[in-house]
Design a protein around this ligand. Structure first.
Ligand SMILES: CC/C=C\CC/C=C/CC(=O)SCCNC(=O)CCNC(=O)[C@H](O)C(C)(C)COP(=O)(O)OP(=O)(O)OC[C@H]1O[C@@H](n2cnc3c(N)ncnc32)[C@H](O)[C@@H]1OP(=O)(O)O
Length: 302
């Protein structure tokens, strides 16, 4: 845990993200449109574009995978981009958003767990745990600018941020819909939900697999603001300014105080959670229902 412009408490070597990087293009740096100095240089990869603004200390991180389904490569590139910004003292905040029309993040990439062997499913789930741990405990302010649908794993990515701004479009629903796929949200997804919207609302929403349209998401507390689509980025920036007005060390220690117990619970049971996930998703019955769900998604298209 490094001490930078305040306290950095995110566990740094939970897993070595570089070891996961298979043939990705992360690390490329390209000048932002309009050129500029170092502060204006984008960096990123095929699936994550980072637009840093050194002057404000805020970087915009854009997901740009098909449907932003959380493939192993996307998870890995997200962890690496996050780590890179955390290690650069210039940056105090990240706005996470999507470059993919109509979808913020489609959740787990079901092709990573459908028809795959247990070793692959385990590798995949560890990468998912890793991203959640890093985001949930990040010392930076994370604001989710949710400009598209945000189901399941997408919702967890958003809930790992400190603040959520959702575009007011009835198609952009957010929530943990796992039960509708015949699968069960693991305890740390449930804990994140409970920490955000409370026990009773989580109990209902998790069992029903509710995906909330914007007004309901605001009412239940899943998001902090709902604004017209063309105001999502500007509102996310205003929210960021509000959070950055607080001294880093006080905000970071408070965040840690609020979130550490939840993260520690996963850290203590990480292997068991992985084994549980793998044995569950590798069951024939679960494979069949995931396959059928994927097929339905593919047919729905066009
Ligand atoms: C013991 C613990 C056990 C388990 C814990 C597991 C936890 C699971 C959490 C999860 O995240 S499960 C995944 C849940 N995700 C969903 O249910 C979302 C499914 N997708 C959609 O509802 C829609 O695709 C969308 C609303 C996100 C976007 O709609 P639209 O813009 O109309 O796109 P399309 O539906 O046409 O999809 C385009 C393309 O993308 C493929 N795709 C979509 N989602 C996924 C996904 N999650 N994984 C893999 N692929 C996905 C879809 O099949 C289309 O593919 P093509 O090849 O036809 O282009």
């Amino acid at each position: 845990m490094a001490l930078a412009s305040g306290v950095r408490f995110a566990p740094r070597a939970l897993l070595r993200p570089w070891a996961l990087l298979r043939g990705t293009t992360l690390g490329r740096t390209e000048p932002a449109a309009g050129g500029g100095g170092d502060g204006a240089r984008r960096f990123g990869s095929q699936r994550v574009l980072v637009e840093p603004d050194a002057a404000s200390g805020v970087a915009v991180m854009k997901l740009r995978n098909p449907s932003n389904a959380l493939s192993l490569e996307l998870l890995t590139e997200l962890v690496i981009s996050l780590e890179k910004l955390e290690n650069d003292k210039t940056f105090r905040g990240i706005i996470l958003t999507s470059d993919c029309p109509r979808v913020f993040c489609a959740g787990l990439d079901l092709t990573e767990i459908c028809g795959r062997n247990p070793a692959h499913c385990a590798e995949y789930w560890k990468a998912m745990q890793e991203l959640w741990l890093r985001m949930y405990l990040s010392s930076l302010v994370l604001v989710a600018a949710i400009n598209g649908a945000c189901p399941a794993g997408g919702c967890i990515i958003a809930l790992s941020c400190d603040c959520r701004v959702l575009a007011d479009n009835p198609k952009y629903r957010i929530g943990l819909n796992e039960t509708l796929l015949g699968i069960i949200a693991p305890f740390w997804l449930k804990d994140t939900y409970v920490n955000t919207i409370g026990h009773r609302a989580s109990e209902q929403a998790l069992q029903l697999g509710s995906l909330f349209p914007p007004a309901e998401a605001l009412q239940v507390g899943l998001v902090d603001q709902v604004v017209p689509e063309d105001q999502v980025q500007s509102t996310a920036l205003s929210e960021m300014a509000r959070w950055l007005a607080v001294p880093d060390h006080a905000r970071q220690l408070t965040k840690n105080m609020m979130r550490k117990a939840t993260a520690d619970r996963l850290l203590r049971q990480r292997d068991a959670d992985t084994q549980n996930f793998v044995s569950f998703v590798c069951r024939d019955s679960i494979q069949k229902s995931l396959q059928a769900y994927l097929e339905k998604l593919r047919q729905r298209k066009g």
